[in-house]
Design a binder for this molecule. Structure first.
Ligand code: ADP
Length: 481
């Protein structure tokens, strides 16, 4: 066996085996065909039992592809040029191999054809991967896309068109520029751009909900996910993603939101309606108490208790209304001077502080971005509780604030009666109170309101406490709520 290369045959064989390639040469003069070992391997033949011929070589291609190979070969010979085509070879055992056939003409100085030299590359493994990708895209109920960032080419796979409300994948935009302009809802463009930039620069996962227009121009909600491929310089070069319809979910969510709003409105109206008669009952009781000086001591006490209960019921309704109003509340974010706000709250609690003879110290506090009215409610609740749930010791309250990397942490520390471990979690739930409340009045709503407000700020609230030693209530708020 002779080959046209200056490299030793064994090196050529090895290279061809690793690269899944082979080379061939068809000599015009005697019409002989040379095959390297790589070609025999691709054809599934033993080089010792088989002498190649151009006819047999062409016969190895599946009938539809044989025609393409013949035409390409004939065209190259006629024009003394080269060709590259993709085709399928059928091995004697019936299995198919996908190959790339490359050929080029060798001519003498008078441009007379001497031979055609070629390479055969087995790409079956690549084709199998592609087929797997194609099948999984077809089997998916999501629109599947690939985006080449270097060319801005956008390709749609599987049943993308049907999922997005079009007839054919070819009707879908072929560049992201067009996708942004034609399919994406204008209000979602900035969010999508920001999410992409974050994914490319910080490699945060890509996940977004956005509205896409169908062929009738109607928008539907989709959940999009994607993953970029990065080069060695951490630059995104390619992105693959999917989009799944969440329209039905969104509709249910809307219905739920509407019925929640209806319910909240109903609760607010009902609460107002109840408040009025309760206040009237309280007023009448006070009048009876004043005008009936002759009442026995016992009855006087009953009246006092009835008036007190009416007042407490009103406070509870107010608290409930506040809690309900936070359900779908929006924040009005501003820079809040927390030190100034805390001092203002302490001034408004002057009477309670005087009555309890509490000593409150405030360390330097900072300004944060938050909803001032809502944060005022939280701080007021925490300080009021520190005053309410005291022990026998003189009350000492310390207010501090610390700065973490991404958040501010506000602490109210007291030396009061403390909270048992089993109550530490539950006290943040509606109507839940600790076991050691004694006679201290309360509704068990304050901390639930605080938690809702802090959650709205995307922060967290917690307590550390030791029974009979004191408690520290801490809430943290992200620097960018
Ligand atoms: P309320 O004070 O009206 O009962 P909260 O929701 O504000 O409602 O508090 C829930 C419960 O948590 C209180 O009833 C009390 O048992 C406990 N608690 C709150 N703050 C403190 C504190 N500083 N020290 C001890 N217990 C507290």
């Amino acid at each position: 066996m002779t080959s046209n290369t200056h490299l030793p045959d064994r090196i050529v064989d090895r290279m061809e085996r690793i690269a899944h390639v082979g080379h061939w040469r068809w000599n015009v003069k005697d019409e002989s065909l040379f095959w390297s070992k790589g070609i025999y391997k691709i054809h599934g033949l033993d080089f010792q039992d088989h002498t190649p011929s151009i006819e047999a070589a062409l016969d190895a291609y599946v009938p539809e592809d044989r025609e393409i190979v013949e035409k390409a070969l004939a065209h190259a010979i006629e024009n003394k040029t080269e060709f590259t085509i993709e085709a399928r070879i059928q091995r004697p055992n019936g299995s198919l191999r996908n190959v790339i056939v490359h050929g080029e003409c060798e001519c003498n100085e008078k441009n007379g054809l001497i031979a055609v030299f070629g390479i055969l590359q087995d790409i079956t493994h690549v084709k199998q991967q592609e087929e797997l990708y194609r099948l999984s895209a077809m089997g998916s109920s999501s629109a599947v896309w690939e985006w080449n960032l270097e060319t801005d080419e956008l390709r749609w796979a599987g049943r993308s068109a049907q999922v997005l409300g079009y007839d054919l994948n070819d009707n879908l935009p072929k560049s992201t520029e067009k996708f942004f302009k034609e399919l994406l809802h204008p209000d979602d463009r900035d969010t999508l751009k920001e999410t992409l930039i974050k994914h490319f620069t910080k490699t945060e996962s890509f996940k977004i909900e956005c509205r896409i227009a169908n062929k009738n121009g109607e928008y539907e909600w989709f959940s999009a996910r994607a993953q970029a491929q990065f080069n060695n310089y951490r630059k995104a070069i390619y992105v693959c993603g999917s989009m799944t319809s969440i329209q039905a979910l969104k509709e249910i969510q809307n219905q739920l939101e509407n019925s929640n709003t209806d319910l909240a409105n109903f609760a607010a109206i009902a609460a107002h309606e109840i408040k009025h008669p309760i206040r009237t009952i309280g007023n009448y009781l006070e009048l009876i108490q004043i005008s009936s000086q002759t009442l026995e001591e016992d009855n006087q006490d009953y009246f006092k208790k009835a008036i007190q209960t009416a007042n407490e019921t009103n406070v509870m309704i107010d608290n409930l209304l506040e809690y309900a109003s936070l359900e779908n509340a929006k924040l009005t974010l501003d820079t809040v001077n927390i030190e100034k706000l805390t001092k203002l709250i302490i001034r408004s609690l002057k009477q309670e502080i005087k009555d309890t003879q509490a000593n409150i110290t405030i360390e330097p506090l900072h300004s944060i971005k938050a909803d001032e009215i809502k944060i005022k409610t939280v701080i007021t609740n925490l300080i009021q509780n520190a005053l309410k749930y005291a022990s026998d010791r003189p009350i000492e309250i310390k207010i501090t604030m610390i700065e973490n990397k991404d958040e501010w942490v506000y602490c109210v520390q007291d030396n009061g009666r403390g909270i048992d471990d089993k109550n530490k979690e539950t006290i943040f739930q509606m109507f839940e109170r600790a076991d050691n409340i004694g006679n201290t009045k309360g509704t068990g709503i304050g901390l639930a309101v605080c938690q809702r407000i802090i959650n709205l700020h995307k922060g967290s609230i917690r307590v550390e406490s030791e029974i009979n030693k004191g408690s520290t209530f801490t809430f943290s708020i992200p620097k960018e709520p």
